[in-house]
Design a protein around this ligand. Structure first.
Ligand SMILES: Cc1cc2nc3c(=O)[nH]c(=O)nc-3n(C[C@H](O)[C@H](O)[C@H](O)COP(=O)(O)OP(=O)(O)OC[C@H]3O[C@@H](n4cnc5c(N)ncnc54)[C@H](O)[C@@H]3O)c2cc1C
Ligand code: FES
Length: 328
């Protein structure tokens, strides 16, 4: 059974009403979500995302694009992904103004370092969403920032008007390239990183190829100053199976058969598990490891966190030991 097909979750959720849907660019709509009875929503910080719980049981994460001081609304922007498993298509095709939706509380895996002397932000396509909220925050704090934003064409680039509305001189901080336009070119990530001051914090969110190039270009920078957010998986989940998972809290032991992830095996055994993306990018399923060596396949944990083996993402990571003891 695929994880998407199962609606077992323990994550705390809330209901919101869709107040407005906006056209932001080719295939990108924004959704403004408010508390159904008015009033404040849970606070959030720049870089946060929420999970939308879709009527077919899928859970998909979306970054908040509005300013973190706003308490009455969350705004997300969804790119309609024709290649995917259907979550973003369902949102575009079925969500209407006035609908009630179930969402998670905001979570932040892509934290803005507010005190940085300078921030360099690099966005590819829909990857602009968390960076936009960060830029709004940096503007509110009066901090120095620069955005390098690549989109296929002008029509595919969301939020250019919002960026230009920030302040009259914003063009000094804004470098936009349209790589499918006549005379268009790709961002030169190595040159951008080389040109950034040594103390700058660098952020990147975009397609896998961009994230890979960014990671290669920043190897000489301190890891504390380099920040990435993956929207999709870089590698396939570990489904080799052939090991046991002992659940310390419930006392149960589950065999993970070949062809299954740990999450699949738990859900098939009727266990309740927290998950959203089911592909190792959102962090929802992070679980404490009590014993055993995980085979990490996620894009969420840092290299140090992976090496420490204190937690793992059960939706996509497997086991290098014959038994894993998990805090479940
Ligand atoms: C923290 C976070 C924040 C995000 N913020 C945004 C945002 O602001 N805006 C936004 O539009 N999206 C965002 N995303 C991505 C979003 O959650 C969804 O993944 C996206 O909308 C696509 O969903 P989907 O169901 O249409 O496609 P998915 O099934 O999720 O597919 C996405 C991609 O995975 C690959 N894929 C295709 N089939 C499969 C398969 N069977 N198994 C695994 N992979 C497959 C394809 O390359 C496809 O393009 C975010 C993701 C994360 C983790
Ligand atoms: S469910 Fe998203 S990382 Fe596991």
């Amino acid at each position: 059974m695929h994880a998407d097909a199962v609606g077992l979750m323990a994550e705390s959720t809330m209901q919101v009403r869709v107040k407005r849907i906006g056209y932001e660019a080719e295939s990108i709509n924004s959704y403004e979500l408010v508390a159904p009875g008015g009033g404040d929503l849970a606070p959030f910080t720049a870089g946060c995302h929420i999970d939308l719980h879709l009527p077919n049981g899928m859970i998909r994460s979306y970054s908040l694009v509005n300013e973190q001081s706003e308490r009455k609304r969350y705004v997300v922007a969804v790119n309609r992904d024709a290649e995917g498993r259907g979550g973003s298509r369902l949102i575009h095709d079925t969500v209407r103004v006035g609908d009630i939706m179930t969402i998670s509380h905001p979570r932040n895996n892509f934290v803005l370092q507010e005190n940085a002397a300078h921030s360099v932000l690099i966005a590819g396509g829909i990857g602009i969403t968390p960076l936009l909220s960060m830029i709004r925050r940096l503007e509110a704090l009066g901090r120095s920032w620069e955005l390098f934003y690549a989109a296929r064409t002008r029509f595919a680039a969301a939020f250019l008007d919002d960026l230009h509305a920030l302040r009259p001189s914003v063009h000094q901080s804004l470098h936009v390239t349209f790589d499918h336009a006549p005379l268009g070119r790709k961002l030169d990530l190595a040159a951008i990183v080389e040109g950034a001051p040594a103390e700058a914090h660098l952020y990147c969110c975009g397609p896998l190829s961009m994230l890979k190039a960014f990671e290669a270009a920043t190897t000489a920078r301190p890891a504390t100053h380099v920040h990435v957010e993956y929207f999709k998986a870089r590698e396939k989940p570990a489904a080799e199976g052939g090991f046991e998972v002992r659940l310390a809290r419930s006392g149960r032991t589950i065999t993970v058969e070949p062809g299954k992830t740990i999450l699949n095996a738990l859900l098939d055994a009727g266990m309740i598990a927290n998950y959203a993306c089911a592909e190792g990018v959102c962090g929802t399923c992070e679980t404490r490891v009590i014993e055993g060596i995980p085979d990490h396949r996620d894009q969420f944990l840092s290299a140090e966190e992976r090496a420490a083996n204190k937690t793992m993402m059960i939706c996509c990571s497997g086991s290098k030991s014959t038994t894993l003891v998990l805090d479940l």
